[in-house]
Design a protein around this ligand. Structure first.
Ligand code: ATP
Ligand code: MG
Length: 427
C-alpha cells in the first residue's frame, strides 16, 4: 500500500485554502446579490440519477464514473457533476410546489469526481461552484445567469475571459440538426477518430465537441445549428443576444460548441480563457427545460452553470491576481521565562474573547525568535510579558509597524484592548 494520496487528488495546504476560502466567500456574496440560496446534496447518488440524465453515451457516464456497489448491493456513484443531483433533490423535495417562490435559485459548492487522466486543470477529485435556476423560461434568466458569472470573474479581476454562446434550440430543432449532421458526417466517417465514429452512431452532436485534431478538421465545414433553429428557438436566441448586448456583455457565437452533457436545450455557454497558449474552460452551463420532468417532476424549465475551482485558481495564479486576503494577527504575546507561562495563557484567552486574533509563545524561546514569529504571523501589536509585568500589573503594548508604544495595565488589556488603539496609532 502506498501511503500517498490517490492519483488525481490534491492536498490543499493553508497557503492554498486561504485562496479557496476567499473565492468561495466571494462567490457566496455574489450569489446573495442575485438572490441565490445554498443547497447541499450528498456526495454520492444512485448510479441511475447520473447515468440516465447526464446521458448513457457521454464520456462522463461511459468512462469517468467513480461507481461501486455498496454493502447493500446498491449501485452507487460519487457525483461527477452538480446539476443532476440538484434536479433530483428539487423533485424529491417537491420544490416545484406552488408555495415555493419561483424562479427558485440555488447554488452549491463542493467536490466532484471523475475518473480522468490527470493533467493541469484536470483532476479526479475536483471542485465546482455551480448554480441552478428553476421555473423561468424568460431569456432574461439566461442572461442573468451569464451576467452573474461575468460579474464574478470581472470583480475577481480575471482578464481575457470570453463568453462563448450557442443555442441547441428546442427538441424539434435539435432533432432536425442531428439529422443534418449525420448526413454531413457519414461520408467523412473514415476520417474521424475511433471515438467520434462511435459518437456518430450514438450522439452525433458530440463529434463537434471532440478535441481530436482529425475530428476538428472534419467538422470545420459542418452545417451550423443556427440554420436549423425553428421560429420559436430562433426568437429565443435573439432575445438572449439582445439582452446581453443591452448589458454590454460581449460574447462570441460558437456554433461548434455543443457541451458534453445530454440534457441541454436552447442556450448553452462557456467562459473560456487562455493559459499557456491553450484554451481553458473555467465555467460552463446551459438551459435544461426537460430535466425536471425527466425526473418525474412537473414540466419545469431550468438553467445553470458549473465552474471548476481548481481551474479558476490556476487562472488567478497565472494572471498574478492578488486576492485581498487578510492574513494578519492582531496581537502576539512574547513570553519571558517560565514564570509568565500561566499569565500569558490568561492574557491570550482574554484577547480572543474580545474578538481579537492572538498568539503567544509556548516554547520558552529567546525573545529574538519570538519577535520573528510575530513578524511571520503579521502581528499588528506585540506585548512582552514577564515576571515583573505580572508583579506590577503594568505592561507595554507596541505597534509592530510604527513602533508606537503605550504603557497600560494588564486589566485594561484583559477587559478593553480596543481603548488602547487610538494611542497605538491604529488606522
Ligand atoms: P472538459 O471539456 O474540460 O472535460 P467538461 O465539459 O467535462 O470539461 P463540465 O462537465 O462542463 O466540464 O464541468 C464544468 C467545469 O468543471 C469545467 O468547465 C471545468 O472548469 C470543471 N471541470 C470539469 N472536469 C474537471 C476535472 N476533471 N478537473 C478539474 N476541473 C474540471
Ligand atoms: Mg470532461
Amino acid at each position: 500500500m502506498k501511503l500517498q494520496k490517490p492519483k488525481g487528488t490534491q492536498d490543499l495546504l493553508p497557503q492554498d485554502t486561504v485562496k479557496w476560502q476567499y473565492v468561495e466567500g466571494f462567490a457566496r456574496s455574489i450569489f446573495k446579490r442575485y438572490n441565490y440560496a445554498e443547497i447541499r446534496t450528498p456526495i454520492f447518488e444512485h448510479y441511475e440519477v447520473i447515468s440516465r440524465s447526464v446521458g448513457d453515451t457521454t464520456d462522463i457516464v461511459t468512462k469517468e464514473m467513480y461507481d461501486f456497489y455498496d454493502k447493500g448491493d446498491r449501485h452507487i456513484t460519487l457525483r461527477p457533476e452538480g446539476t443532476a443531483p440538484v434536479v433530483r433533490s428539487y423533485v424529491e423535495n417537491k420544490l416545484f410546489a406552488p408555495e415555493v417562490q419561483k424562479p427558485s435559485k440555488f447554488y452549491y459548492m463542493g467536490p466532484m469526481f471523475r475518473y480522468e487522466r490527470p493533467q493541469a486543470g484536470r483532476l479526479r477529485q475536483f471542485h465546482q461552484i455551480g448554480v441552478e435556476c428553476f421555473g423561468s423560461n424568460n431569456p432574461a434568466t439566461d442572461v442573468e445567469i451569464m451576467a452573474m458569472a461575468y460579474h464574478f470573474f470581472e470583480e475577481l479581476g480575471i482578464q481575457n475571459i470570453t463568453l462563448h454562446l450557442n443555442s441547441l434550440g428546442n427538441p424539434e430543432s435539435r432533432a432536425a440538426y442531428r439529422q443534418a449532421l449525420i448526413d454531413y458526417l457519414t461520408p467523412l466517417k473514415d476520417q474521424l477518430s475511433k471515438d467520434s465514429q462511435r459518437r456518430l452512431e450514438e450522439n452525433p452532436l458530440r463529434v463537434l465537441d471532440s478535441k481530436e485534431k482529425e475530428d476538428k478538421a472534419a467538422v470545420e465545414n459542418a452545417p451550423s445549428i443556427l440554420d436549423y433553429l425553428d421560429k420559436e428557438s430562433a426568437a429565443y436566441f435573439e432575445g438572449v443576444q439582445s439582452m446581453l448586448d443591452s448589458l454590454g456583455i460581449t460574447y462570441v457565437i460558437d456554433t461548434n460548441m455543443v457541451r458534453g452533457l445530454d440534457y441541454y436545450n436552447h442556450t448553452i455557454f462557456e467562459f473560456i480563457t487562455e493559459v499557456g497558449g491553450n484554451d481553458l474552460t473555467i465555467c460552463a452551463g446551459g438551459r435544461y427545460d426537460g430535466l425536471v420532468s425527466y425526473f418525474d417532476g412537473p414540466e419545469t424549465p431550468g438553467i445553470g452553470f458549473g465552474m471548476g475551482i481548481e481551474r479558476l485558481i490556476l487562472v488567478l495564479d497565472k494572471q498574478e491576481i492578488e486576492l485581498p486576503i487578510d492574513q494578519s494577527l492582531d496581537v502576539y504575546i512574547a513570553v519571558l521565562g517560565q514564570e509568565a507561562n500561566g499569565g500569558a495563557l490568561e492574557l491570550v484567552q482574554a484577547l480572543r474573547k474580545q474578538g481579537l486574533s492572538a498568539e503567544r509563545d509556548y516554547l520558552d524561546r529567546k525573545l529574538k525568535a519570538q519577535f520573528k514569529s510575530a513578524d511571520v504571523f503579521g502581528a499588528k501589536y506585540i506585548i512582552t510579558l514577564g515576571g515583573s509585568e505580572l508583579e506590577s500589573g503594568q505592561i507595554t503594548v507596541k505597534n509592530n509597524q510604527t513602533r508606537q508604544e503605550v504603557k497600560t495595565s494588564l486589566d485594561t488589556i484583559k477587559n478593553d484592548f480596543a481603548s488602547l488603539l487610538p494611542e497605538l496609532g491604529a488606522e
